[in-house]
Design a protein around this ligand. Structure first.
Ligand SMILES: *[C@@H]1O[C@H](CO)[C@@H](O)[C@H](O)[C@H]1NC(C)=O
Ligand SMILES: *[C@@H]1O[C@H](CO)[C@@H](O)[C@H](O)[C@H]1NC(C)=O
Ligand SMILES: *[C@@H]1O[C@H](CO)[C@@H](O)[C@H](O)[C@H]1NC(C)=O
Ligand SMILES: *[C@@H]1O[C@H](CO)[C@@H](O)[C@H](O)[C@H]1NC(C)=O
Length: 469
């Protein structure tokens, strides 16, 4: 779903209008959002050669040095104006020092999603790659209570993500999963989440994140600043968020009143598990306030808890253009320090180093279109649906999400049941809202003549979605 967000930061930006003067221009011959078609990583000597630059003069490309040293070299080469253009999700890059643009925003809630198609972001589909494996929505998959399957789904999704990255159809940083504990069933995003139980939510989060992020054989690396990443995941939205828009109450200014105990036991618990057990590489803060303080500006929740107590190795990024528009003047006027921006960039580029964005990832570079929508992945998605679908009093519950992923193929309930019996189908209602009841009588008549009746009912994104409680 759309994530209009601010990823956590220790930087506080004051409000100033500034002109966007002298923006660096991006690399030539780019695909829209990835590095380029020709190169999948930054420090490819032939790329520097094509740019007319000598790679050996850039220490940030020296793979014999530690990530921290290389990143410091990269940041020290940038002017303040250039630095500020790299702390929004659409980072412009700095062509003069060989740094290409990078779009941080890709999504993979239950399969790689098409966030780029309607939002100009990194993951998108087109004629070349028309779809990816669409796993059931998390609320369905989690009902399997099958932890090893949650991780396997993460692994399948990250394999497809890497293949899409190689083909210029995705970035390497995915703003998934959504792990808000659902306290209010009216919430439009409940289907995106692992549900209502903090422990199950945290277990799903750490399993799915490990599936997305872990590189085989390096799971136990103790230095978390160098541990390789297959793709980067993001646990969102921290915290106490489960209302979008309900009778004039809006997520952007909703003030959640939460006791200290409920905060610790319910709302924060899954995020702690995601960071400590899942080693997630970023956390996104939430839209709402908690007890009067906007979460994205709450030093205690962000700096003290996530970084201090949980030791997050993560990100400082604004999803949008607030920092990129205002941070420069804020530094000039002494409202923030340039060093704060340097620290944010340090965190950002270490993650890209861990992803192989600078040095390549040989084990994933051969992944291609054939690794997307494989029979094995489609069977795993089918198995997740089988295990997650809950049978209650013979009423079956299906969960579909049509906007988020473009699936490789559909098997509708009608297709499925028709394969094993003689099915007479009557629509019953022409939409989920069922405003027109003229189709109900024919359905009733068909039911009277049948040996068994299967009623397929439920919600879809026309009545349950982000911004639609
Ligand atoms: C990059 O690849 C495109 C084809 O995808 C090709 O037309 C172009 O010449 C290549 N550019 C360089 C500099 O190699
Ligand atoms: C969990 O899912 C995996 C993969 O689909 C499956 O092989 C395994 O049997 C499942 N475990 C249980 C207990 O159902
Ligand atoms: C990582 O540690 C776990 C638990 O000790 C172990 O089962 C696993 O084999 C280790 N993985 C590697 C690649 O060493
Ligand atoms: C209700 O559905 C029937 C059958 O599809 C259609 O003929 C009729 O025009 C619809 N009524 C309205 C008010 O849309």
């Amino acid at each position: 779903m759309a994530n209009f967000c601010v990823v956590i930061s220790t930087i506080m930006v004051a409000l100033f209008l500034t002109s966007n003067d002298a923006l660096p221009t991006a690399d030539m011959n780019d695909t829209p959002y990835a590095l380029t078609r020709n190169y999948t990583y930054v420090c490819d000597p032939s790329r520097f050669n094509d740019l007319g630059m000598d790679m050996s003069s850039f220490a940030y490309c020296d793979s014999s040095l530690p990530y921290g040293t290389r990143v410091k070299d990269l940041i020290d080469r940038m002017t303040l104006e250039e630095k500020v253009q790299q702390i929004g999700d659409t980072a412009t890059g700095v062509p003069r020092i060989g740094l290409p643009k990078y779009e941080w925003w890709s999504e993979a809630l239950h399969g790689v999603s098409n966030v780029g198609q309607w939002n100009s972001k990194a993951s998108f589909f087109d004629d070349e790659i028309p779809g990816a494996t669409s796993f059931p929505t998390p609320i369905c998959t989690v009902a399997s209570f099958n932890q090893s399957m949650w991780k396997m789904i993460g692994q399948a999704v990250s394999t497809e993500a890497r293949a899409m990255y190689n083909l210029g159809h995705a970035g390497l940083t995915f703003w998934s999963p959504n792990i808000n504990v659902v306290r209010d069933p009216r919430w439009g995003r409940a289907l995106e989440t692992p549900g209502e139980d903090p422990y199950v939510v945290g277990t799903y989060a750490s399993s799915y994140v490990r599936g997305l992020q872990d590189v085989d054989g390096t799971e136990n690396t103790t230095d978390l600043n160098s541990r390789p990443l297959k793709v980067a995941a993001c646990c969102k939205h921290y915290a106490a968020y489960d209302v979008d828009a309900w009778l004039g109450i809006e997520r952007y200014n909703f003030d959640a009143q939460v006791t200290e105990q409920d905060m610790a036991e319910t709302f924060v618990k899954p995020f702690a598990m995601c960071v400590k057990q899942g080693d997630v590489s970023s956390v996104m803060c939430s839209y709402n306030k908690i007890n009067g303080i906007p979460v994205c500006a709450d030093r205690r929740l962000l700096k003290d808890v996530i970084r201090g107590q949980w030791d997050l190795h993560g990100l400082d990024l604004d999803c949008g253009n607030y920092y990129t528009n205002f941070a420069n003047k804020a530094v000039v006027q002494g409202k923030i320090k340039e060093g704060d921006i340097d620290s944010a960039l340090q965190n950002l580029y270490v993650v890209l180093m861990r992803l192989g964005y600078f040095d390549g990832s040989p084990q994933y570079e051969t992944l291609t279109k054939d690794d997307i929508c494989t029979d094995e992945h489609i069977e795993l998605a089918t198995e997740a649906a089988r295990e997650g679908i809950v049978l209650l009093e013979r009423r079956q519950h299906f969960t579909f999400d049509l906007r988020q992923c473009i699936p490789c193929k559909y098997t509708t309930p009608l297709d499925g049941f028709s394969a094993s019996g003689n099915v007479q189908y009557e629509m019953g209602c022409d939409s989920v809202a069922c405003n027109n009841d003229s189709l109900i009588l024919p359905a009733t008549q068909a039911a009277k003549q049948a040996d068994a009746t299967i009623v397929v009912v439920g919600l879809d994104l026309s009545c349950e979605a982000e911004s639609l409680d």
